[in-house]
Ligand binder design. Structure first.
Ligand code: ZN
Length: 133
């Protein structure tokens, strides 16, 4: 395993162990439940949208390390963004994790640690569950 892959793994393990924004928002303007039956990941997502802006976002749930780390990274990435910017980020993320492993992908900063799931098609669902939710 390359040093870069090890670093990526470390970021994922860290977000799995200490997920950011792992709580509820009561009341939240938006709430949704997501389920990935392939892996058993379950996720409850809470979003507080004020005007056009995602003022706060949080999640709860249980699942594999990839699904939890992805949700944690996503909440960090979309908090404070407009809904439109968050949707655009989802499009970019989706394209990153569904690009064939032998093709280059754009650098998405911290979210790039999840680009490795491209090599494991089953894991793509784990990484994108929070975004779909
Ligand atoms: Zn999973």
């Amino acid at each position: 395993m390359s040093a870069l892959n090890e670093l990526y793994q470390e970021v994922i393990l860290d977000h799995n162990k200490r997920p950011r924004n792992f709580r509820t928002i009561e009341p939240a303007s938006h709430h949704a439940e997501g389920h990935n039956p392939l892996c058993g990941d379950r996720l409850a997502l809470y979003v507080q949208v004020t005007g056009d802006t995602i003022e706060d976002v949080a999640f709860q749930g249980s699942g594999c390390a990839i699904s939890k780390a992805s949700a944690s990274l996503m909440t960090d990435a979309v908090k404070g963004q407009t809904v439109e910017a968050a949707n655009a980020l989802f499009q970019r993320f989706h394209s990153m994790v569904t690009t064939p492993p032998d093709q280059p992908v754009e650098n998405m900063g911290k979210l790039s640690v999840l680009a490795g799931v491209r090599e494991f098609p089953v894991r793509v669902k784990c990484a994108s569950l929070c975004w779909h939710t």
